[in-house]
Design a protein around this ligand. Structure first.
Ligand SMILES: NC(=O)c1ccc[n+]([C@@H]2O[C@H](COP(=O)([O-])OP(=O)(O)OC[C@H]3O[C@@H](n4cnc5c(N)ncnc54)[C@H](OP(=O)(O)O)[C@@H]3O)[C@@H](O)[C@H]2O)c1
Length: 250
């Protein structure tokens, strides 16, 4: 089955690096025009150039998802410049590695504001427009840490558990009005968030404990993201999909 996204407009938050950068490229390769959002506009400009060179279309926009007042104007601008958003990849996220005994209030607020609050209000702004048009795909990027105890990122896991519950709630409220809301729970994927860690003794030990003793690459999620973004996934709503090489099941 060859899934194409021609004519669709996607918004990817956190498109300036790692998974978001790859999600944006994969959607563009499948024919979608992609709005690229994050704080680091220079990186988004570079990604736009790469996408355009490959024959795609992209629109970079600076957005800090923790600043809720900035979200609505940014979404409005994307739709004005690029057309109605059909697909939202709600991907911006941050992590602080600590044990529960060491987290500070600032650590918690930093993660909660970006991962849960930011995700909610981006989905709300885009979702309202999708609901008015009676169609849309929202894909929230949670984490294996939302459903499995992963030592050292416990409070991060709390924020991602919130994203899982948000996904289910939105799927129930919005699914009957044509907007499918699903979540992907990635396992360990090599990105800026963790790259340095895999070279350390602790990182190597962790890899040795994984079911298939390997860390994924962002492109390992290409098929899943394109499928969930497409019309082919019309019967999939409220799904919490692990893409973790078997980590949550182990
Ligand atoms: N890598 C993994 O193993 C893994 C596993 C499970 C889940 N995840 C999740 O996957 C998503 C992407 O992570 P990644 O591994 O690709 O990490 P990453 O390379 O560090 O990328 C994080 C992205 O989030 C953006 N971001 C952070 N704070 C933001 C804010 N306030 N407003 C807007 N954008 C913001 C960053 O852009 P700017 O700095 O330019 O704003 C960046 O583009 C996250 O939600 C993460 O929790 C990752």
């Amino acid at each position: 089955m060859d899934i194409q996204l021609d004519g669709k407009v996607a918004l990817v938050t956190g498109a300036s690096s790692g998974l978001g950068e790859r999600f944006a490229a994969a959607l563009a390769e499948s024919g979608a025009r992609v709005a690229l959002a994050a704080r680091q506009l220079d990186k988004l400009d570079a990604l736009r150039a790469t996408i355009v060179k490959a024959g795609g279309a992209a629109f970079p926009i600076a957005l800090d998802v923790t600043k809720v007042a900035e979200i609505e104007p940014a979404v409005e601008r994307i739709e004005r410049e690029f057309g109605p958003i059909d697909i939202l990849i709600n991907n911006s996220g941050v992590s602080v590695q600590k044990r529960f005994g060491d987290y500070t209030e600032a650590d918690f607020d930093f993660m909660m504001d970006t991962n849960a609050k930011g995700a909610l209000f981006v989905a709300q702004s885009v979702g309202r427009r999708m609901l008015a048009r009676g169609q849309g795909r929202i894909i929230n990027i949670a984490s294996v840490a939302a459903v499995k105890v992963v030592p050292g990122i416990g409070a991060y896991g709390m924020t991602k558990a919130a994203v899982v519950q948000m996904t289910k709630g939105m799927a129930v409220e919005w699914g009957r009005r044509g907007v499918n809301v699903n979540a992907i729970l990635p396992g360990y994927i090599e990105t800026g968030m963790n790259r340095d860690y895999w070279a350390t003794e602790g990182g190597k030990k962790l890899v040795s404990l994984l079911p298939r003793k390997r860390v994924g690459q962002p492109s390992d999620l290409d098929g899943l993201i394109v499928y969930l973004a497409s019309d082919a996934s019309h019967f999939v709503n409220g799904a919490i999909i692990s893409a973790d090489d078997g980590m949550a099941a182990a």
